[in-house]
Ligand binder design. Structure first.
Ligand SMILES: [Zn+2]
Length: 469
C-alpha cells in the first residue's frame, strides 16, 4: 500500500508539473502574440534641428502602437534635473509630423523659468511609457535626450524696393532682404491673400509680385519671416493704395440664350444631361455657378504653381495678343443676371475681351512655358502661359491651340486662333493676366510705361542698392 501511494503521488507531481509547463508555455505564447503585450517602444519625434526661442512652448510628438500611458519632461539645469509642465496641443502645432496617428500626442512643453540671456542650448529629457503589459505590466519605456538650440534672435527683415503704388484690381512688385540662421518660412500677405516670394539675385534677397484682387476692399501688405525657434518678424510694405471703381451692368437672360449657347455648353461639358435639370434657370445656374467656380479654381491653381528657384532678372514687355482688335468687354465688369424680372446670379469679368476677324492669330508677347492647354468649362479651349515670377497670361475661347503643354514658347509665336468655345457670344479672345493665380487688371500689363515704372525700375533700383552694400 505504502509503495503504491508513493508511486501515485510521484505521478501526481509529474502531472501537475506538466500542466504548469503547458500553462506557462501557453501564457507565454499568448503574451508574444497578443497586442496587449507588444514590445515596441514609444517613439518621440521633434523637428529636424530643434530650436526654441523660450517664448512660446516647445513641441514634441509621442506615438505608440498601444497608446501612451505616461510621460514626463525635464531639463538639465545648473544644479539638478527640473520637471517642466506640459499640455496636449492640437496636431497642427507639430508640423514636423506627416500625419496624426491614432495613439499620437502632440505635446506642448512650457519654458523653464530661467533667464534666457546667454543660453545657447538646452537639454530636454523625455521619458515615455506605453500601455503595453510587457515588462510585468509596467510597459515599454523610451528615454531620450533632445538637444535644443536656443535662438532668441528675430529674423532681420528689410524692404529694399517696391512699386510706389498699387491700384485695386492691379499688381505691384516688392524686393526685400531676410537674414536668419534658422530661417523657416517667409510669406507676404495683402491682408486677405498670401503670396510666396522667391530668392532673388544674391543670397538673402527675395522678390515677389503682389496682387490686390478686385473684390478685396482694402490692401494692407506685410512680409512675415519666421525661424524654426518660433521668432517672427513683420515688415509693412508701403504702397500708395488707390481704390478703383469697376463697371457694373445688368444682363437680361432670354430663353433663347439658355436654350442655345448655355445648353450646348452643358452638352459639350458632358457631366450632366439637359434632362437632369428641373428648369431653364437651373441650367443657367449650373453653368454660371458650378462650372464657373470650377473653371476659376482650375485657372487659379495653375497660375499659383510655379518654380521658386533663384531669379536673376525679370524682363517683361507689354502684352499685345491680338492685332487691330476692338475691346468688347473690359476687366473687372461686374454683371448682374436678370431672368423673368428677378436677379438670378452674378459674375465678375476678370479679363479683357478682344475681337478682330474670325479665328484671328494670337501672338505671344513674352516668352514662357505652356502650363494649361485644355478645354475648361467657361473658358472653352484655353491656354495659360507662365512668364516667370508667378506671372501668367490666359487666352480663352480659342478655336484651336497651336502649342502643347510644357512647350517653352518664344516671343512672337502664334500660339492659337480666336474662337467661340466655352461661354462666349461670338468669335473673340478673352485675355487674362494672373499674379500667383490671382486675376489682375490687364491694362497695367499691356502698358509699357506702367511696366517700366512699376516693375523694371524697382528691379534696377534694388540691384543698385544690393550691389552697393
Ligand atoms: Zn471675356
Amino acid at each position: 500500500m505504502e509503495i503504491q501511494s508513493e508511486v501515485q503521488s510521484r505521478s501526481f507531481v509529474k502531472i501537475i508539473g506538466l500542466v504548469l509547463v503547458v500553462f506557462f508555455l501557453g501564457a507565454g505564447l499568448f503574451m508574444l502574440s497578443s497586442e496587449g503585450f507588444e514590445r515596441n517602444k514609444p517613439v518621440i519625434k521633434t523637428s529636424l534641428e530643434p530650436s526654441w526661442n523660450l517664448n512660446g512652448d516647445f513641441f514634441i510628438y509621442l506615438s505608440d502602437d498601444t497608446g501612451i500611458k505616461d510621460y514626463r519632461v525635464s531639463y538639465e539645469g545648473d544644479l539638478k534635473e527640473s520637471f517642466l509642465p506640459t499640455k496636449m496641443a492640437p496636431f497642427s502645432e507639430c508640423p514636423f509630423v506627416a500625419k496624426d496617428e491614432e495613439n499620437g500626442i502632440c505635446l506642448a512643453i512650457e519654458k523653464p523659468n530661467i533667464p534666457t540671456k546667454n543660453i545657447q542650448s538646452l537639454n530636454l529629457i523625455v521619458e515615455v511609457t506605453d500601455k503595453s503589459k510587457w515588462n510585468f505590466f509596467s510597459g515599454n519605456k523610451t528615454l531620450e535626450n533632445i538637444a535644443i538650440t536656443i535662438d532668441t534672435k528675430k529674423p532681420q527683415l528689410a524692404v529694399v524696393s517696391n512699386s510706389y503704388r498699387i491700384t485695386q484690381g492691379g499688381s505691384a512688385l516688392v524686393i526685400f532682404r531676410v537674414e536668419d540662421e534658422n530661417l523657416e518660412k517667409i510669406r507676404i500677405s495683402n491682408g486677405e491673400n498670401e503670396f510666396i516670394p522667391q530668392p532673388f539675385y544674391k543670397e538673402g534677397y527675395y522678390i515677389s509680385l503682389l496682387a490686390w484682387p478686385k473684390n478685396n476692399l482694402a490692401f494692407n501688405a506685410k512680409i512675415y519671416a519666421s525661424d524654426t525657434a518660433g521668432n517672427v518678424s513683420v515688415a509693412p510694405i508701403n504702397f500708395f493704395a488707390v481704390k478703383k471703381e469697376y463697371r457694373k451692368s445688368n444682363i437680361s437672360l432670354t430663353d433663347s440664350f439658355i436654350d442655345g449657347k448655355i445648353s450646348s455648353l452643358v452638352e459639350e461639358i458632358g457631366d450632366r444631361s439637359l434632362e437632369s435639370f428641373v428648369d431653364k434657370l437651373s441650367i443657367f445656374k449650373y453653368i454660371n455657378e458650378d462650372i464657373r467656380q470650377y473653371s476659376e479654381k482650375h485657372i487659379m491653381q495653375a497660375g499659383a504653381t510655379f518654380s521658386l528657384e533663384t531669379i536673376e532678372d525679370f524682363q517683361i514687355s507689354a502684352f499685345s495678343p491680338l492685332k487691330n482688335a476692338a475691346v468688347t468687354a473690359s476687366f473687372g465688369d461686374h454683371r448682374t443676371f436678370i431672368y423673368q424680372g428677378e436677379v438670378v446670379g452674378y459674375s465678375n469679368h476678370m479679363g479683357l475681351d478682344l475681337a478682330s476677324v474670325k479665328q484671328a492669330p494670337i501672338i505671344l508677347s513674352n516668352p514662357g512655358e505652356v502650363i494649361v492647354d485644355e478645354f475648361i468649362g467657361i473658358d472653352g479651349n484655353a491656354l495659360v502661359i507662365h512668364h516667370g515670377l508667378g506671372l501668367s497670361s490666359l487666352y480663352a475661347h480659342l478655336t484651336k491651340s497651336l502649342v502643347d503643354i510644357g512647350d517653352k514658347v518664344e516671343r512672337g509665336t502664334i500660339i492659337g486662333n480666336t474662337g467661340n468655345t466655352g461661354l462666349s457670344l461670338g468669335d473673340h479672345l478673352h485675355f487674362g493676366v494672373l499674379v500667383q493665380g490671382y486675376e489682375v487688371w490687364t491694362a497695367e500689363w499691356m502698358d509699357s510705361k506702367w511696366i517700366e515704372n512699376n516693375i523694371t525700375k524697382v528691379i534696377v533700383e534694388a540691384k543698385g542698392i544690393i550691389n552697393s552694400l
